[in-house]
Design a protein around this ligand. Sequence first.
Ligand SMILES: NC(=O)c1ccc[n+]([C@@H]2O[C@H](COP(=O)([O-])OP(=O)(O)OC[C@H]3O[C@@H](n4cnc5c(N)ncnc54)[C@H](OP(=O)(O)O)[C@@H]3O)[C@@H](O)[C@H]2O)c1
Length: 295
Amino acid sequence: MSSRSEHSAVTVLGLGPMGRALAGAFVDCGLRTTVWNRTPGRDRELVERGATGAGSAEEAVAASGVTVVCLVNYDAVDGVLRREPVTGALKGRTVINLTADTPSRARDTAAWAAEHGVRYLDGAIMTPTTTIGTPAAVFIHSGPEDLYREHLPVLRALGGTHTHLGEEIGRAAAYDIALLDIFWTAMAGYVHALAVARAEGITARELAPFAKGIGDILPPIFEEAAEEADSGGYSGEGNPITSAVSSMAHIVRTSEEHGIDAGVMRAAEGLARRAVGRGHGADGFVRLAELLGRR
Ligand SMILES: NC(=O)c1ccc[n+]([C@@H]2O[C@H](COP(=O)([O-])OP(=O)(O)OC[C@H]3O[C@@H](n4cnc5c(N)ncnc54)[C@H](OP(=O)(O)O)[C@@H]3O)[C@@H](O)[C@H]2O)c1
């Protein structure tokens, strides 16, 4: 396969909302784009825009030197890739797996790929479908650096920023997990806050500007906390864990007075109380990361 065809043709497996966005960006960039999805019919709009709809996954992967996979999880990926004739058709070709799952699943898929002569990169998408093809998209990648560099021209068609995080194949998934940990715990806090606010007669709209204010104070806290977490400083000057415990207890009490489940906050409060119990009450909240990591 010449490097010219490597960079002008791409296959996308999976036409959920994200797979459709990825394939659409490739089409818009003029790449010869072949698409396939388990459930037929999801390629209609893409085909109207110039993509080729393949009749099978094998036909799809055979059409290009590089296949981008974007399915719901790695069980689905295994179901599509780890069977003949698809595995045989992938031999010598590149798979860029942008499906989200765990670091260990990424390592397992890479081992399978190596055994079957499939060139493999793993990655994750950190932004919603609406960002794909725009400067706002964020992609992270891991795996062999030379393979990443070889396919960067194709990846660039997706817009946004692409960051190669290292050769260790599980690294992109590990970043993804850590970042989604922040996202989902924040979202769990936000929906809980909406329920408590509503019980107190405050609408989501009324709360919104102040909720945004809370969001805005987090980035500088994250930067400062990163220094502390890596250096093991944990200064509680200005906001010790004892104060955090008190604040969290108010949230638990108010929620439960309204009959609202406070399980998420109780869990956080429990962690903070354990830190106090171990003599870390005067430390900063980031001390909890160190305690959580202790085996
Ligand atoms: N949507 C976003 O904003 C977003 C943002 C960042 C990352 N991601 C990640 O991108 C990936 C795809 O997400 P998505 O939004 O497109 O929707 P999704 O619901 O996570 O995935 C839908 C895709 O998975 C396929 N699929 C599910 N089970 C399958 C199976 N057993 N065998 C074969 N294919 C199967 C679906 O095919 P059928 O049509 O046949 O069901 C469809 O193509 C996920 O890993 C997600 O976490 C999404």
